[in-house]
Design a protein around this ligand. Structure first.
Ligand code: URA
Length: 251
């Protein structure tokens, strides 16, 4: 029994899922399962890492699982998902835009990540590429086009901290950032990085090392060219769009 995810291969039935939809929040995993899947079975709630098995209308088995926040937790969950037979992972997350044209409520599909994450360095050398699976990624893009959902395709910055690493000062308990972080968002903007989030880079590096495929779609819930804040009224729309695109792309 993989210790953290709290279920094993036998719990996945005779027609086990190869695809996991991976959310940071347990509530999102539950929402996806109960809103979009049939014959849903709760697999585990251990440590808040809620996992559900369910089926699309075409009977395809799907796992909706929870990564928790940040790369250390994600790396444990993904390691164990691979051990129970998962071959493809789509992260359905949220992010903060750092480009003026990447607006609140839209979705960002990551083609690769600048990976500034400590957990990834335990998995592969720092220079190892953090790239999304091209086939899953193109499927996400084509689905967003088909559903007429506003999307952006590009490079994501995956970092370890929400406040310091994303250069938040006004909303942080500590307004004094280390000097190397001052101005980093502007540097990333000039490098054409689209958004900040906290999991994709490590997930992408793991694909190469562990031999599975992954993609990432995030709803934009903060617009960092205007404010540090999460804009709660845009969250539902942004997340719903990301879920719809991910689900339709694998249906
Ligand atoms: N997730 C992040 O990591 N940053 C944001 O600004 C919003 C969501």
């Amino acid at each position: 029994m993989p210790y953290h995810i709290g279920f094993n291969q036998k719990d996945l039935g005779i027609n086990p899922p190869e695809i996991a939809l991976l959310s940071g929040e347990p509530e999102r995993s539950r929402y996806i399962a109960h809103t979009y899947l049939q014959n849903v079975k709760l697999l585990s709630e251990y440590r808040g890492l809620h996992s559900y098995l369910g089926y699309l209308p075409n009977k395809k088995a799907i796992l909706t699982a929870t990564s928790g926040m940040g790369a250390p937790s994600l790396s444990i969950v993904v390691n164990e998902l691979i051990q129970v037979g998962i071959k493809k992972i789509i992260r359905i997350g949220t992010c903060g835009s750092i480009q003026p044209d990447v607006s609140l409520g839209s979705v960002v599909i990551s083609q690769g990540a600048l990976c500034r994450q400590g957990a990834a360095n335990d998995i592969a050398p720092i220079e190892y590429p953090a790239v999304a699976d091209p086939f899953l990624t193109v499927a996400l893009v084509e689905t967003a086009q088909k559903l007429q959902i506003p999307y952006h395709l590009g490079i994501t910055a995956s970092v370890d901290s929400f406040y310091e690493g994303q250069e938040r000062v006004e909303s942080s308990a500590n307004p004094n950032l280390q000097s190397w972080l001052l101005g980093i968002t502007n540097q990333y903007r000039n490098l054409n990085i689209l958004n900040y989030e906290m999991e994709a880079g490590t997930l992408f590096k793991m694909t190469g090392v562990y031999g599975f495929s992954a993609a990432c779609i995030c709803g934009v819930i903060a617009q960092r060219t205007e404010s540090e804040d999460i804009i709660a009224q845009d969250k539902n729309l942004a997340v719903e769009r990301a879920i719809k695109v991910a689900l339709e792309s694998i249906s």
